[in-house]
Structure formats: C-alpha cells, structure tokens
Design a protein around this ligand. Structure first.
Ligand code: FES
Ligand code: FES
Length: 155
C-alpha cells in the first residue's frame, strides 16, 4: 500500500506492508537509523519521533495511520551542515550522551516538550522524560542538558 509522508521536510511516497510500523519505514525504507529500535513494544522511548509536532513511539504507530503527516526525526534537528541544535549541544555539554542509544529518543521527546515549555523546572523535565529509559546516565545529566540549553538560548 502507498504511504505519503513528509520526513524532516522532504516528501516521500513509499510502498509499505499493511501492518508496517512507522519505525520500520523510517529505518528500513528511508534508512534513517538515528531513530532506535529498543523494546519494539512502546516501553522504552528509544524510537520517539515527532508526528505533526507531537512525540510518538514510532514502534507502535502503524505507518499507514500517519499517511499525509509530517514526521520529524533526530536527523532533522541540527543544521544543514551537521551543526547541533541548542538541545543537542546541551546534551554534549552536560555529558548526557554515554552509549548514546537512548539519546535520539530523549532529544525528540524534549524537543516537543520544550516547544510547549520553553523554560521548564527540573521536576517538569523529569516528568516529561518519564517514558524514556536510559541505562547509563542516571538521568540527572539529561535534566542538566535542558537547563544548559535554556541558559544558552539566544535572547
Ligand atoms: S522501541 Fe519503541 S518504545 Fe521502545
Ligand atoms: S546513554 Fe546509554 S542508554 Fe542512555
């Protein structure tokens, strides 16, 4: 079946199986492997992308259900020349990237969250990332990364 989606600003028309997930389309058809496959059951947040601006676990989103939507992945966050965006720089500065497997999911979750909450308190950040699992950092560096990104944002 035919799926029309815009991914990171680029339109695509893709042949997909009826039960294909958005995650499999992104990784296996479009080769956007920044979006990670962790649990594949909607539990870990590693596969988080934005669908029409809202964070979603792409492993449990049927690809055909987002026909006509705009999807944003971690590959679309930075500038055209590989520049990192402010949140990504915050992650680097805070040491919030260790093995890095969870990082794209956290970045996408927090990107959606910070659009609605541009200056969040630490507790609000912890609530926002409750659906994302990190086995390396202990989470405090990820909360610090948001604080740094807010502090470094151009006024
Ligand atoms: S891979 Fe989708 S939530 Fe874990
Ligand atoms: S940095 Fe390794 S799982 Fe989060």
């Amino acid at each position: 079946m035919e799926l029309s989606i815009t991914v990171n600003g680029a339109p695509h028309v893709i042949d997909v199986r009826p039960h294909a997930t958005l995650l499999s389309v992104l990784r296996d058809s479009l080769f956007l492997t920044g979006t990670k496959r962790g649990c594949d059951e909607g539990e870990c947040g590693a596969c988080t992308v934005l669908v029409d601006g809202y964070a979603a676990d792409s492993c449990i989103v049927a690809a055909l259900s987002v026909n006509g939507s705009r999807v944003d992945t971690v590959e679309g966050l930075g500038g055209q020349h590989g520049d990192l965006d402010g949140l990504q720089r915050g992650f680097v500065e805070a040491g919030a990237v260790q093995c890095g497997f969870c990082t794209p999911g956290f970045l996408m979750t927090l990107t959606a969250f910070m659009r609605e909450n541009p200056n969040p308190a630490a507790d609000e950040v912890r609530m926002a990332i409750a659906g994302n699992i990190c086995r390396c950092t202990g989470y405090s560096q990820i909360v610090d990364a948001v604080r740094i990104a807010v502090a470094n944002r151009p006024q």
